[in-house]
Structures are given as structure tokens and as C-alpha cells.
Design a protein around this ligand. Structure first.
Ligand code: GP9
Ligand code: MN
Length: 653
């Protein structure tokens, strides 16, 4: 009996010793995973180690819910560490130790780099960022200033293992030939389970969409842990840059080049150079749709200020957003580079390392200062990287604003507008691209800003939206007054437009009837994607309402032409809005209009299942009447996609 126990204990002791290096490796990385969370103040940190261990049990035994997905983080991190290292067990012990030492150093380096990057950019390192390392500029000084004493914990063990490395090298008794095949398989199986189980719960709650969009590193990290984030980031980039890498043939590239020279660049003689040398201020308004303009609710105007402003401006009521999954970032791409957004994901995230033509680049060549402004995390939508590709002189983000009031996601629009005016240079022409934030879904507003009486709206989301829009309208008033006070209003072209729909029209509810009234089916479709476009020029030039159709794609050439810049050598797909006639507006959903007919895409995406309307009357007409604009839209998407997938602008130059 006693012998049996001794035998058992010895059996365990031997194994514990035999695998001690592997256990130590796993423990060290788990510790560093926690260290990363601690140093960045991110998700693990909220619960503390014990909280996580408790939650882990709750997760395994109690099943998952959206709120407990995070509890699976410990599990998923352990799982990834096992998957990362199980194969080392297939080697003899000596070799395994060498490999583990190197693996530990590599992972430690990545985690350390993540922490440093997070301190500067509010996000973790991505492959996209490494691809454009050259463009980020020299950050050595800032990197050094970002290192903290605690970071040494990532390295202590790595340094300690160096003597161990040498020690093992010299000791004969370590040269065991034994391999740990069974343990290796076991580590793989456990690792696989620990990763799959939380992922499964994550997918049940819409995780696939979150992964597809990859809006910000943190939004992935929150669910998959740091290793999961790096895995999905690498997978996405591997797919884009290797697996599905689009090789655009020479002939195709020439064909595209040819398309640009025959189709775009034409200037409107009436407006070309009308604002030469003036500043350009473009304000992208979060979720502002056109139906609020000139609209009253219970006798109160929703946007009293904009309603006045449009009388002195060029106002386009038949203007559409063309954003897709990349939402705000898509609108930004459309306006600044005059290319279509991608059908899936966001070009800001997937192709930020590309070369683009843009408003900022053209104006910078002319001696303008170009800056981007958005009082939210600079890493969101990968703006830090994309804006360096667009060569803005500076991107002012969250840290650069000191809001007196925060609403919803961050600084109130009023603070944002005021403080941005203070950032505008007085001595040099400039381009300021600004993105507002307050009116972001689901539009929460503090009581004191709910000034409209909306008793009869009877839809909470819509009520909040209207309060929010009204607040933004009043903030725009403050903004314009500030510009006037600084003498900038008369020296600048100031543009306002909505970035995308507000998602407040719930089909079949009174929110839909509120928006559309007794409008017919066709008008309803239009309303979904209509956003206002207001262009104010010095001395109220060109003031009036322009009923022609247009979309965000057309803004870059329109604005640059006004400032006296030809764009025929640029790869802008849009056309000047002031040229005669309507512009083709292709929504990335597949619907398209030329102002004469409107093709409404069917849910299944099959052309013949869609509906064709006459634009004037809204009457349904034969689908054939829409086939040519449908084809044209498809052709344009293909050109734009080829440009982005193949980084063609770089090749053309
Ligand atoms: C955040 C803001 C919102 O930076 O631009 O983005 P959205 O959710 O509207 O795409
Ligand atoms: Mn938005």
C-alpha cells in the first residue's frame, strides 16, 4: 500500500519536473496577459484576477450570455497560449526549452509593444500599422517617454532565462531524448476547447459581424483577449494581402486609367475658382438626415439654425450618403478620396496603407495646412493610420480636447466646435476636416438639452434623436458665430453634410410614419439615405436650393474646383456637382439613381428582383429602364474596388 503511494507521488513528481518548463512558460504568459490589462486599464482589470477565476467557473458551468462572454477571457487567453505552444512538446526536452525561451521573448516583446502603442494611440498594434511603419514617422522620442518602470515586468524573466539557457546548454543531464507526444496532444485539445467555447458564445451574440468590421482593436480584444485579437488581425490581413490578394492585370489597370481620363475631372465654368485661396472647412455631421431640415414638430422647428443658414448657402436636398459597413469612416473616404467604400469592412481599416488622392493632399501641395478633427479615440476606425496616409499635418483627437461637457460618446459638439475654431491657423490658408459626435446612436441627451416638446412623438429612440439633432443645430450656430468672430466665416468655404442614416425609422412603427408622413414607397426609400448637404461660400455666393441628385462621392472634385484646383490628374471617381444635370448616385447597397429613374435593390441582390421607379413621379416602371444605371453602378464599384484592392493609385504614379 505504502509503496503504491510512493510510486504515485514519484510518478507525479517526475512529470511535474519533466513539464516544469512548459508550466512555467504558460504561467508567465498568463501573468503577462494580466499585466497588459493592468497597464492599459482594460477589460481583465475590471474584475481583478480572482474575479476572473470566479467568473471563469460561472462561465464553464453556468453557460454564457453576452455579459459573461468577458468572463471567458481568462479561458480564451489560456487557450491561445496552449495553441501557440503545444507543438513545442513534440520536441525533446532540451530543444523544447530553447524554443520556449525564444517564444516567451517574442510574445513578451509583442505584449510590451502593445502596451506602449496603447498608451499613445488607445489601441493595440496591428499588421496594417506595421505595413505602413515608414509613414508613421519617427516616434522614437515619444516611445521612450511612454515607457514606465512597471514595464520591466515583461522582461525580467526573459533576462533571467539567458543564464538558464547557457546552464542547460552545458548540463548533460538535460539532454533527455524523451518527447511529450501525449501531453502535446492534450495541450492542443484543451487549448482548442478553451478558445472555441467562448468564441462560440461570442458568435451567438453577433461576434461574426464585430470581427468582420474590426472597428477598433479594443472591440475585438474585449471578447477574444489579446492573443485572439492578434490572431484575427493577422488572419484578416493575410486574407486581404496574400490569400485574396487581387492582382490587377496591366490591361485592366490601363482600362481603369482610361476610364478616369474620359469620365472625370471636368470642371463647371460657373463655379471654377469662385473661392480661390479661401479656407476650406468641412464638417461631417454624425447621423444627420435630411428629413429634419425645414421640418416642424408640434409647431417647433427641429433645426431652426440650419433652416436659416441654407437660405444663404447652396443647399442640396436630393443628396445621399453612400456609406456601407464602414459607416462614419466610409463617408470620410467617399468625401475625401472620392472612392466608393468597400462592400465589406472599412477601407480605413483594411487598406489604410494604400496611396490615395485626397482633398488634403491637393490643398497641401498648394501651401494649405490640412488638419483632421474628431474628439474621440484616435484609433477608432483606424483613423491614426489612415490620416497619416492622407498626409494631414495633424489629427486632433480625444486627448487634444478639454470638454466642459461630455454627452454620449465624448466631448459635446459645442465644445468640439468651439475648440476646433481655436485650432485653426490665422496666418495661412487651411483645410479643416471635422467629424461631430454628439448625435450618435442611440442619441442619449442630458435633460437640460431636451428643449423641444415632443409629447406626441411616442417613440423613445426618435424623440432622443430629435432632441439630439436640435442640440447639434444650436451647436452649429455657436460654431458659425465663433468663425464670424475670428473673421474666418467670410474667408472660408464651409460645408456641412450628414455621414449616414440615423436608423430611427423602424419599419411599420410610428417612427416611420413620423418621418415619411403619407409618402409613397419610393419616397420612403429615398428618405432612408438622404442626408443634407449645405455649402456656404463667402458673400453667400451660389445661395439657393439645388434639386439635382448628388452624393458624397462627388464632393472632393466639387470643392477643389471651387478653390481653383483642376482635378483631371487625380483619381477621383466623383464629378463636380455644379456641372449641368444630375449626378449618378450609386449607394453601396446596390440601389442607384441618376435623377431620372431610381433602381431599388432587392434584398437578395438579384437585379431582376429589384424595382425600378420613375424619379419624378415615383411610379413603378419596367425594370429594363433601370438596367443601364445598374450596370454603370456595378462598373464603378468594380473600378473603385480594383483601385483599393490593387493599390493602383500608387502604380499609376
Ligand atoms: C466614432 C464615430 C462613430 O469615432 O465616428 O462612428 P460610427 O459608429 O457612426 O461609424
Ligand atoms: Mn457616424
Amino acid at each position: 500500500m505504502r509503496d503504491r503511494w510512493i510510486f504515485k507521488i514519484n510518478w507525479f513528481r517526475e512529470r511535474l519536473f519533466f513539464y516544469s518548463d512548459y508550466f512555467l512558460f504558460v504561467l508567465l504568459l498568463m501573468f503577462k496577459t494580466y499585466l497588459l490589462a493592468d497597464l492599459t486599464g482594460t477589460v481583465f482589470y475590471e474584475y481583478g484576477v480572482w474575479g476572473y477565476i470566479k467568473n471563469l467557473f460561472a462561465f464553464i458551468f453556468g453557460g454564457g450570455s453576452f455579459n459573461t462572454i468577458r468572463s471567458g477571457l481568462l479561458m480564451i487567453s489560456l487557450g491561445y497560449i496552449l495553441l501557440l505552444s503545444f507543438w513545442t512538446l513534440f520536441f525533446t526536452r532540451r530543444k523544447r526549452i530553447y524554443i520556449l525561451i525564444i517564444l516567451n521573448a517574442l510574445v513578451s516583446f509583442v505584449l510590451f509593444a502593445d502596451v506602449i502603442h496603447y498608451r499613445y494611440f488607445d489601441g493595440f498594434i496591428s499588421v496594417a500599422l506595421l505595413l505602413q511603419a515608414g509613414q508613421v514617422g519617427n516616434l522614437t522620442d515619444s516611445i521612450i517617454s511612454l515607457i514606465q518602470l512597471k514595464d520591466i515586468l515583461f522582461w525580467v524573466d526573459v533576462f533571467l532565462t539567458i543564464p538558464l539557457f547557457i546552464f542547460i546548454w552545458k548540463k548533460k543531464w538535460f539532454a533527455e531524448k524523451k518527447r511529450a507526444i501525449v501531453a502535446g496532444i492534450l495541450a492542443f485539445v484543451i487549448g482548442w476547447f478553451c478558445v472555441q467555447q467562448p468564441l462560440h458564445v461570442f458568435y451567438q451574440y453577433g461576434g461574426k459581424k464585430i470581427l468582420e468590421k474590426m472597428i477598433a482593436s479594443e472591440s475585438i480584444y474585449k471578447f477574444t483577449g489579446i492573443y485572439g485579437y492578434h490572431f484575427f488581425d493577422m488572419k484578416r490581413n493575410f486574407e486581404d494581402y496574400v490569400l485574396h490578394k487581387k492582382r490587377v492585370s496591366k490591361e485592366r489597370a490601363n482600362e481603369i486609367d482610361e476610364w478616369f481620363s474620359t469620365n472625370t475631372g471636368k470642371t463647371s465654368p460657373e463655379t471654377f475658382g469662385i473661392a480661390e485661396g479661401k479656407n476650406l472647412i468641412v464638417v461631417q455631421l454624425e447621423a444627420i438626415q435630411d428629413f429634419v431640415i425645414n421640418r416642424e414638430v408640434e409647431g417647433q422647428e427641429i433645426t431652426p439654425y440650419l433652416n436659416e443658414l441654407i437660405k444663404d448657402s447652396a443647399y442640396f436636398p436630393n443628396f445621399y450618403h453612400q456609406a456601407a459597413q464602414g459607416r462614419t469612416s466610409d463617408a470620410d473616404l467617399l468625401v475625401n478620396t472620392s472612392l466608393y467604400p468597400l462592400a465589406t469592412g472599412s477601407a480605413f481599416i483594411r487598406y489604410s496603407a494604400n496611396e490615395y488622392d485626397s482633398i488634403s493632399k491637393v490643398l497641401k501641395d498648394d501651401g494649405y495646412q490640412a488638419t483632421a478633427h474628431h474628439a474621440f479615440k484616435g484609433s477608432f476606425w483606424n483613423r491614426n493610420s489612415m490620416y497619416s496616409s492622407l498626409e494631414y499635418d495633424q489629427f486632433y483627437s480625444k486627448e487634444d480636447y478639454q470638454p466642459e461637457e461630455t454627452i454620449g460618446w465624448g466631448a459635446s459638439d459645442e465644445d468640439f466646435f468651439r475648440q476646433t475654431v481655436d485650432m485653426m491657423p490665422a496666418d495661412k490658408p487651411f483645410y479643416s476636416f471635422m467629424i461631430s459626435l454628439t448625435s450618435h446612436h442611440p442619441y442619449p441627451m442630458p435633460k437640460k438639452h431636451k428643449v423641444l416638446n415632443l409629447d406626441n412623438v411616442e417613440n423613445e429612440l426618435l424623440e432622443n434623436y430629435l432632441h439630439s439633432v436640435h442640440y447639434v443645430d444650436q451647436s452649429i450656430k455657436v460654431f458659425v458665430e465663433e468663425l464670424k468672430q475670428k473673421g474666418l466665416w467670410e474667408n472660408s468655404v464651409v460645408v456641412f453634410y450628414g455621414d449616414h442614416d440615423a436608423k430611427v425609422m423602424e419599419q411599420g412603427t410610428n417612427s416611420e410614419t413620423f418621418v415619411t408622413g403619407d409618402k409613397n414607397e419610393f419616397e420612403l426609400y429615398k428618405e432612408y439615405d438622404q442626408v443634407p448637404l449645405v455649402i456656404h461660400l463667402p458673400e453667400d455666393q451660389l445661395a439657393g436650393t439645388y434639386e439635382k441628385t448628388g452624393g458624397q462621392l462627388h464632393l472632393a472634385p466639387t470643392l477643389l474646383h471651387m478653390l481653383g484646383h483642376e482635378t483631371n490628374d487625380k483619381y477621383f471617381m466623383g464629378k463636380d456637382l455644379f456641372l449641368e444635370g444630375n449626378r449618378l448616385v450609386a449607394l453601396r447597397t446596390g440601389s442607384v439613381t441618376n435623377g431620372k429613374v431610381w433602381y431599388q435593390q432587392a434584398k437578395d441582390g438579384i437585379f431582376s428582383n429589384g424595382t425600378c421607379y420613375e424619379f419624378e413621379t415615383g411610379k413603378k416602371i419596367d425594370i429594363k429602364e433601370c438596367s443601364s444605371i445598374y450596370e454603370e453602378a456595378q462598373q464603378q464599384y468594380r473600378i473603385s474596388d480594383d483601385i483599393i484592392f490593387g493599390n493602383l493609385i500608387k502604380k499609376f504614379k
